[in-house]
Design a protein. Structure first.
Length: 560
């Protein structure tokens, strides 16, 4: 214990620093999918969502992440609906991740290198997009559980025996139940440079048993081994996505592109290359880690988000201190090169962190303010173009009325077509970027209506083709090659940016009604009429303006 005390003390200090780096998150409120998670928890019990497939399959995604809901259930049991306490829990878990990374690396490296890597992990642009957000707590917790599992496995191989290996496997199983990104760990552990291959494989047997148990549980809860959600990916799309994946992951690792973030990424990639050249075993370990970190996100990489790049970030961060150690061992100019590489990575990471932190917090602080403002809005009030995803506002309305008992009747809209089609709106509130708060903009509605509505070209050509197959929906929009597209629901109450050609996985392909919006590079817009499609009767839908043989067609409703 006396020998371990310095490392435990330094780990505790790093954990505290990890929490302090993101202490600004304590001023946030609920954002993104938090309302959806709460609604699900208030309408079910742990026994139901852990053991009953029909309850779990009420969720819109085909994943198995019950530990996330258990974590939130613990918060609700201890603190009630207190977002501040939720966020304290979040930062504690994140701080423990930083400490665990230090302690695991300490099995091989000196204290300075371990502490450097732990801080590098805490500062990364990818980490900035995860640490302060409650909805991705499972990424934080699965990272922590994977690190504990890896550390215990190494101790088992070094002589602690099968009991410690079983404990490691338990943490590995919990990590998989937190998030599927932990699954590849079972294939990485036997490649670690510890003991003999036979001993490593023997002590990995409990982990393979945990892996099989997880697969059985997943099959039981989902009824399928595959899953996911969101954009549809056909097998023909995979080669293209595979070619683009390194570029997309690299963009997320950079955060806000700058000279500093490029320097950071270049230094970390150089470190990865140095480790790859240290021998066959090192190359196999690093190569397998990179592939296993990237392959699981390939099917969902159509729309890349920062958290998907977390495994790649972990590989870079863990490899880097080993590369610096190798350079430092050689002395002379090579030693200086190692120090220089570390300095570039450190300075680049710090500056990239500051840029990414401002960008991320600007978004979530606006979301928090808009969500809080919606709680206080009265009947007939509207929130204009909030930053939260459209689907979350319905869940926020449920929390406001059904859970908190506040008056119903407030609304929102995401597209200003709603203003054009509803001239008699009551009070409208919007985010003021100058004042950094939600302001009453009712007095400026007439000017907004004139400015927005006159840009609509009611007769501009549009073509829409949609086809439903099972739980998938494909579409092709035209005839324009440039510009942006959106699916607009409820005359603007909801709006979703979409590509001109794409596909999406649905819970069920049934009847839907929406408008197609096109915005040109020149600034004008056009909308289709409200298109009503019932894919249970006809799986294909086509619409065009003007129709064949007709020179033009008026917009179906007058624009004031």
């Amino acid at each position: 214990m006396r020998r371990a005390l310095p490392d435990l003390s330094l780990a505790a200090l790093l954990a505290a620093l990890g929490g302090l780096i993101y202490r600004r998150a304590l001023g946030l409120w609920l954002t993104y999918d938090d309302f959806f998670h709460l609604h699900y928890l208030y309408t079910t019990t742990p026994a139901e969502y852990l053991l009953k497939p029909e309850v779990w399959q009420r969720l819109p995604f085909k994943m198995v992440t019950p530990l996330l809901f258990l974590s939130f259930d613990l918060d609700l049991a201890l603190f009630g609906l207190d977002a501040h306490a939720f966020l304290v829990h979040q930062l504690v878990a994140f701080g423990l991740c930083v400490a665990a990374l230090y302690l695991v690396l300490r099995l091989w490296l000196p204290r300075a290198g371990c502490a450097f890597a732990a801080l590098l992990f805490a500062l990364g642009p990818v980490t900035v997009s995860i640490a302060p957000l409650l909805m991705v707590r499972h990424y934080v917790e699965t990272t922590l559980l994977c690190l504990i599992a890896a550390g215990l496995y190494v101790l088992a191989v070094r002589g602690r025996g099968m009991g410690i290996a079983v404990a490691s496997a338990v943490f590995y199983l919990l990590a998989m139940l937190a998030k599927e990104i932990a699954v590849p760990l079972v294939f990485v552990l036997p490649l670690l440079p510890e003991g003999t291959p036979r001993r490593r494989l023997t002590l990995a047997l409990p982990h393979f048993a945990a892996f099989l148990l997880y697969l059985a549980y997943r099959l039981y809860m989902l009824g399928t081994m595959t899953g996911g959600y969101g954009w549809l990916v056909d097998s023909s799309d995979l080669p293209r996505l595979a070619l683009l994946l390194p570029v997309k992951v690299g963009a997320e690792l950079l955060g806000q592109p700058s000279a500093a973030s490029w320097a950071m990424l270049a230094a970390l990639l150089a470190g990865l290359g140095i480790v790859l050249l240290q021998g066959r075993a090192a190359a196999l370990l690093v190569g397998a880690s990179v592939l296993l970190g990237l392959l699981p996100i390939l099917p969902v990489s159509t729309e890349m988000v920062p958290r998907y790049a977390l495994p790649a970030w972990m590989v870079l961060v863990i490899a880097f201190p080993f590369a610096v150690r190798e350079l430092m061992r050689r002395g002379g100019a090579v030693r200086l090169a190692g120090l220089g590489l570390a300095a570039i990575a450190a300075e680049g990471a710090l500056l990239a962190h500051l840029d990414a932190r401002e960008s991320i917090f600007a978004k979530v602080e606006r979301m928090s303010a808009e969500n809080r403002a919606f709680l206080e809005m009265g009947p007939g009030d509207f929130l204009r173009t909030p930053l939260s995803p459209p689907a979350t506002l319905g869940e926020l309305a449920w929390l406001k009325t059904d859970l908190l008992g506040k008056p119903p009747g407030a609304g929102w809209f995401y597209d200003d077509l709603f203003v054009c089609l509803n001239p008699g709106l009551g009070r409208v509130w919007t985010w003021d970027p100058v004042q950094s708060r939600v302001e009453d903009m009712t007095a400026s509605l007439p000017a907004l209506r004139r400015r927005r509505c006159k840009t609509i070209r009611a007769r501009a050509p549009l073509t829409v083709e949609m086809h439903a197959a099972g739980r998938t929906l494909h579409w092709t929009l035209g005839p324009y090659r440039e510009g942006t597209w959106s699916f607009v629901l409820g005359d603007g109450i909801q709006a979703f940016p979409m590509p001109a050609n794409g596909g999406f996985q649905l819970r069920q392909a049934g009847a839907i009604s929406l408008r197609i919006k096109y915005r040109s590079p020149e600034g004008w817009t056009t909308y289709s009429p409200e298109l009503r499609m019932d894919f249970t009767r006809d799986p294909s839908f086509r619409w065009a303006r003007p129709p064949r043989g007709v020179s033009g067609k008026s917009f179906p409703r007058a624009i004031p």
